[in-house]
Design a protein around this ligand. Sequence first.
Ligand code: KG4
Ligand code: ZN
Length: 343
Amino acid sequence: MRVLGIESSCDETGVAVYDDTQGLIAHALHTQIAMHAEYGGVVPELASRDHIRRVVPLVRKVVAESGMELKDLDAVAYTAGPGLIGALLVGAMAARSLAYALQIPAVPVHHMEGHLLAPLLEDPRPDFPFVALLVSGGHTMLIKVSAPGDYQLLGQSVDDAAGEAFDKTAKLLGLPYPGGPYLEKLAAGGNARAYHFPRPMLNSPNLDFSFAGLKTAVLTAVQGAQREGTLNDRVRADLARCFTDAVSETLVRKCERALNYCRLNTLVAAGGVSANSAIRDGLTSLMQKRGGKVFFARREFCTDNGAMIALAGMLRFKAGQFAALGVDVFPRWPLDKLRPLHA
Ligand code: KG4
Ligand code: ZN
């Protein structure tokens, strides 16, 4: 069986074909980063308009590259939320129209379920159950994943998401949008002992996160250096390094606590921030120490992409969970309210 996946929740148009025996057979992505960069963030209306321009050519390209024809598809999956309403509607309308024309089901997919399952595109893939750390631009969550579709929220950010903290801190350091990848490069040359930033919520007994205070600590350090006239490239690199270490250590400790709480020793890390090498290294050494395993998606599938939507769509399709004729998208959509696949 073959499912076409369409992702359009934010600033990337992603399309892919997933085959349930061969795995991923084709995928393509158009990123709008350059278009939004001059505004310092995503402009929702520009995003929607660009998705309209890109989605059909990308579908054509991916279908051609997969060596099949549209009539060989069994379902069309699309990101139904959470995300920007206009951007979601473009992918939803494209997917539903195509599915209607081909007389096949359309499958709505939760964007964060897509991220969470993306490491299943890799070989080896994690076995269920596991603890998932979801760290993206809009969400930071720890989830107990008992089976596909069976998600128990263990903790989440009470303020900024991890990616948001990266992006805002990068902006403070004068880096372009989206800051995460630029901050990673800058941090590589930094001294880990130059600053000691707070490790937020490490002492609180729950599994929640808070990153707003950390961002403020960096701001105070930046302002201090500006006043003294010492804010040069080396200081910026030190700030980036020490900020990254604070985020990484916080994520590692909370993952450790979540694994202990669930009595599990398999960890999956997903979402844009899981592309960060320092964070991948921190989680890898945690799991080595515990004699457990950690799974990531390849870097290009940590950030938004069509492959994760095609895969999640395949699982929902096989479970018989198709959309009704109406087009529903959900700008806000709690992950732990999804129907289990086996229900
Ligand atoms: O998962 P994603 O593509 O989109 C959402 O669903 O939000 O995540 C995007 C976020 C951005 O905040 C971006 O700066 C961050 O992931 N990100 C990174 C890295 N690559 C992307 N953060 C830190 N290090 C990276 N290498
Ligand atoms: Zn995402």
